[in-house]
Design a protein around this ligand. Structure first.
Ligand code: ATP
Length: 350
């Protein structure tokens, strides 16, 4: 087996949590013989300093050629005017239509165990850069009026729904479609119609439909009842932060961006400039995102070793979190990024 992973260390806490993630992947490689190799690809502020761009065409080509990508957080708000947002370029360029965001309670003493995964549509919706052929999806006809276009297509809804139902087959066989079709009858109506259509191909999976505002409340009341949640882009963005917080905090929330031929591991959180450079960022989200990437590669290649390695990393993270001495400050401890990575590596090696 030979697997080449492109590694983009990102900005802010990115390089610190990427280092921790690579240490864990290297340990998994030693335990399982995965044949991993890592190609470092310049990105963000470091790339701008070295090459004059935050993301070059050459970098995009190398990412396209890799077997998988690990993308640490980016501080795009610090980029000079006109510099590319690498994350957006990668999502669009590789057509990563599914943003998969699991929320699992892993901290000791969680009141109710939750284990759900949100399938968020990633290519359209209420995002100004995704809805128009030319121009922005947000515009101002007058100084006192601003409008935004929300794009919803049957094909995008059907493919995210199919990804969600496929996932449900290997889980608790329940899909919850989150919408606001009572008000947005045409856009969310089309989304629901597409989900119901796809559901017809999965008779062993149950489908429930929940209005987005009710869903926000239900998650707080009892998130343990949900399995696979499928929804449009912005609802998924918001609900996954909520679910991540309920599962223990943003520092623990992983994500995988998936298309037909590519996958990119990327934490839900951002570059956390307030704690960057201090060695105290929580690396769990990126480590678990990398595990999701190995799982995706395992399913794609029919290679159980990769799946085993992914499960082992997850179990090692949960084992490390069981000891509060490893907890970084966001979890109320005084542990360090490197210390947590060491604890995961030790658990893996056991
Ligand atoms: P960005 O604009 O890049 O999204 P941000 O600070 O607005 O940056 P986040 O990076 O998501 O948004 O951070 C929100 C808060 O959560 C910050 O206080 C940050 O320190 C904290 N945080 C986010 N990720 C982590 C992490 N991995 N470990 C510890 N704290 C984190």
């Amino acid at each position: 087996m030979a697997i080449d992973l492109a590694v983009l260390r990102g900005d802010g806490i990115g390089p610190e949590i990427a280092e921790a993630t690579l240490a864990v992947l290297a340990a998994a490689d030693r335990c399982f013989g995965l044949g991993l190799s890592f190609s470092e690809i310049p990105v963000g502020l470091a790339a701008f300093a070295a090459e004059g761009t935050t993301f070059s065409d050459a970098s995009e080509a190398r990412i396209r050629a890799a077997d998988g990508v690990i993308l640490a957080p980016l501080a795009t708000y610090e980029y000079a005017e006109g510099q590319p947002n690498p994350s957006a370029r990668i999502r669009r360029g590789l057509d990563l239509y599914a943003n998969i965001r699991p929320s699992v309670s892993r901290l000791p003493g969680a009141a109710r165990r939750m284990d759900l995964v949100i399938y968020r549509e990633n290519t359209e919706g209420f995002y100004a850069d995704r809805s128009m052929f030319a121009g922005s999806g947000e515009f101002m006809p007058s100084p006192d009026m601003a409008l935004a276009v929300r794009k919803i297509t049957r094909s995008a809804c059907e493919r995210i729904a199919r990804a969600a139902f496929e996932a449900a087959l290997h889980r608790r066989r329940k899909v919850t479609a989150v919408h606001k079709a009572n008000v947005l009858r045409q856009t969310d109506g089309l989304f629901l119609e597409a989900v119901r259509h796809v559901a017809g191909d999965y008779p062993t999976v149950s489908l429930e439909e929940v209005i987005v505002d009710a869903m926000a409340a239900h998650l707080v009341r009892d998130a343990s009842v949900y399995d696979v949640v499928v929804t449009t882009n912005m609802y998924g963005d918001i609900l996954s932060d909520e679910a991540g917080e309920l599962a223990g905090g943003l520092g623990l929330a992983p994500a995988l961006n998936v298309g037909a031929d590519h996958a990119v591991a990327q934490a839900v959180h951002g570059s956390a400039p307030d704690i960057a450079g201090r060695g105290i960022a929580n690396p769990v989200a990126l480590i678990l995102s990398a595990a999701l990437l190995l799982e995706w590669l395992g399913a794609r290649r029919g290679e159980p070793l990769l799946t085993d390695a992914a499960r082992a990393i997850e179990a090692a993270v949960t084992a490390a979190l069981a000891d509060p001495a490893t907890h970084t400050p966001d979890l109320g401890g005084d542990g360090t990024t490197a210390g947590f990575a060491d604890a995961v590596v030790r658990a893996l090696s056991r």
